[in-house]
Design a protein around this ligand. Structure first.
Ligand SMILES: [Fe+2]
Ligand SMILES: [Fe+2]
Length: 258
């Protein structure tokens, strides 16, 4: 078994379906590379933001919350306000201060552990690094970033999130696991059809995305404190439906192209 196959084994078990060939055929077309890369770039930032908003909402103290927002500013400036460039984003994915838990219950102890924070901070660092790597590739290939709209995929899962805690957080963490797992599966599917440079890059992403999926799933279990397999199975179905049903809006996480 190759390293990639080993990384993918649990992911293919976790996902209810594989990416349909029709999506791969669309994604490997040369003329679709700009849309894949632009969407990929936006997805890396969204992955980082999602983790950042999760720990801001649930876990960190006031000062840390501010530090987290500032951390994202140059990236958001680039993506939403067309400010900055590759050079201005270099070496920005490091945090200067420790991110600490808030003390919110009567005992002065945070209900969410430092473990959740540490895992998410590492994940954010990696996503911001991926963002930079994708942008580097786009610049090298003269592919401009001229904006992109969000597909239906994440929204299609988030609308099923429960409205009370801690179940809402558990659901968001399970969805995080699905997004990471699907990304990993698609990178692996697409990589062999791309040129050497991109192939290497996409294979290099497998390891971190496989860990991100695992971290989200572990955290979901920890936060819930109960057996979450039923909820995982529920989202497996929702996710597979979004992947297999026809979708006119071709994106990195889109359904079957029509
Ligand atoms: Fe990533
Ligand atoms: Fe990730």
């Amino acid at each position: 078994m190759t390293e990639a196959e080993k990384l993918l084994e649990p992911i293919l078990k976790f996902l209810s379906c594989e990416t349909p060939d029709a999506w791969v055929n669309e994604a490997k077309k040369k003329e679709n590379l700009p849309i894949i890369l632009r969407d990929h770039l936006a997805c890396e930032l969204k992955a980082g933001q999602t983790a950042m908003y999760l720990i801001r909402k649930y876990a960190v103290d006031k000062d840390s919350s501010k530090v987290l927002l500032e951390w994202f500013e140059p990236y958001e400036d680039f993506l939403y306000r067309k400010r900055g460039d590759l050079a201005s984003l270099a070496n920005k994915n490091n945090l200067s201060k420790a991110i600490l838990p808030k003390s919110s219950n009567a005992q002065g102890k945070s209900p969410y552990s430092q473990d959740l924070i540490d895992k998410m901070v590492l994940l954010i660092k990696e996503e911001l690094h991926h963002f930079y790597q994708v942008l580097e590739i786009m610049v090298k290939r003269d592919i401009p970033f001229d904006g992109i709209t969000a597909g239906r995929y994440a929204k299609g899962m988030l609308k099923h999130v429960k409205t009370f805690e801690p179940d809402a957080l558990v659901d968001k963490l399970i969805i995080g696991a699905y997004i990471e797992a699907r990304s990993c599966e698609r990178f692996a599917k697409l990589a062999p059809h791309l040129d050497d440079d991109l192939n290497k890059f996409y294979v290099s992403l497998l390891r971190s995305e496989a860990r991100h999926y695992q971290d989200y799933l572990t955290l979901a279990g920890q936060v819930s404190g109960k057996d979450i397999s039923e909820r995982v199975a529920y989202f497996a179905k929702v996710e597979a439906e979004l992947i297999l049903s026809p979708d006119e809006d071709f994106k990195f996480h889109s359904g079957t192209p029509v």
